[in-house]
Design a protein around this ligand. Structure first.
Ligand SMILES: [Zn+2]
Length: 369
């Protein structure tokens, strides 16, 4: 065991290789929403005393992520936990051009956990809602949560191994797809309802972190693939960063897993758009403040329902998507999000501003739909 290391301060002058420069030029910071507590931060120029706001969304030269050293010493590859953490970032004074240093927050990582994500969409008349959900817990509580999910599955089909089939709510809920499903076909609607109630109860009593974001667009804007992709990218990264902000505040590192929606031989499927948006935004000062010096692994896209948590993420997204559809149709709500307990709901108001509510029950009248 190496002795306890003293933190050292390094000053880094970056000189990028051509490849790194190309990558830097290709990536961009897409974030446009600033949390309220950060919007109050100002810097005073040490030279001309001008007070100004940091440029939160500029693509800074260094990524704000901790860096792992490559070598322990010359020729010896480094394998330990040590990281180089960025402590200060220069901000240009708008009046005199002096580089003024701003301190980045640095929290110590004390625990880890996992969050599982899935998306959903519903169309109604000329409107469409796009949804992402994340659900998860600290690593110390995860095995118990996963076992309880398996337990509920086992109870629904006692003679079928619970790992051999997946919860996919859309197929289970609708009669016509249920009848065609190799496992669900013998379920009646009442069986589905009582299973749903058990899932709701499990979520509520498990004290989980649950995040949901919904965004409604009107049809004339949604025909365009590029606009659609931008919308998906935005709600994806907003949800991810919101979770990162809360977890790093609690000195925890979130490990994020998303349902890749396509089967693959690979354990992890690379989604170029998700990688680009995550890496691009890591160059913003905002990311430095949200991640607080804690290394956040790139979110992984994995085979559909390959973790029990992903099945629960499917359930959460289905519940909110169905809620939108039923509200639009003016019909009774069958699965009330209130029964999931506390959820962090993100959405947009009619001005396009991002709103944040942690509450029991869906904040329908706060969001544009
Ligand atoms: Zn100045």
């Amino acid at each position: 065991m190496a002795g306890k290391r003293k933190p050292k301060i390094f000053l880094v002058k970056l000189k990028k290789t051509k490849g790194q420069q190309r990558e830097f030029d290709r990536l961009s910071v897409s974030l446009r929403h600033l949390p309220e507590n950060l919007s109050r931060i100002t810097i005073t120029c040490c030279f001309c005393r001008t007070v100004f706001r940091p440029d939160w969304f500029k693509e800074h030269e260094p990524s704000m992520t901790p860096v792992k050293p490559k070598f322990e010493k010359k020729g010896v590859e480094y394998k330990g936990p040590k990281r180089w953490i960025l402590r200060k970032v220069p901000q240009k004074c708008p009046k005199c051009g002096t580089d003024v240093m701003i301190d980045l927050p640095v929290n110590k990582m004390k625990t880890k956990g996992s969050l599982f994500g899935d998306d959903a969409e519903r169309n109604y008349q000329n409107k469409k809602v796009s949804i992402y959900s994340l659900i998860g817990t600290d690593q110390s509580l995860l095995p118990e949560f996963e076992n309880k999910i398996k337990g509920l599955k086992q109870k629904l089909f006692p003679s079928i191994p619970p790992d051999s089939w997946k919860i996919h709510m859309k197929d289970m809920w609708a009669g016509y797809s249920r009848k065609k499903h190799p496992v669900y076909k013998n379920l009646g609607f009442n069986d589905v309802i009582s299973f749903v109630n058990e899932l709701l109860m499990l979520i509520k009593e498990s004290n989980l972190f649950i995040y949901n974001i919904a965004s409604t667009t009107v049809q004339k804007n949604t025909g365009n693939r590029k606009v659609q992709n931008e919308l998906r990218n935005e709600i994806y990264i907003l949800l991810v960063l919101n979770a990162i902000e809360e977890w790093t505040t609690k000195n925890a590192q979130p490990n994020l897993f998303f349902d890749s929606e396509k089967n693959s031989q690979e354990n992890v499927i690379i989604h170029g758009w998700a990688r680009d948006i995550f890496e691009g935004n890591q160059h913003s000062l905002l990311y430095g403040f949200l991640s607080k010096g804690i290394e956040i692994p790139e979110p992984k896209f994995v085979s559909p329902a390959s973790f029990p948590g992903l099945e629960m993420a499917d359930f959460v997204s289905f519940t909110i998507a169905r809620y939108y559809l039923r509200m639009w149709q003016g019909k009774e709500i069958e699965i009330d999000p209130k029964n999931m307990g506390l959820v962090t709901y993100l959405g947009y108001d009619s001005n396009g501003d991002l709103l944040w509510r942690r509450q029991e029950g869906y904040p329908w009248d706060k969001f544009f739909h």
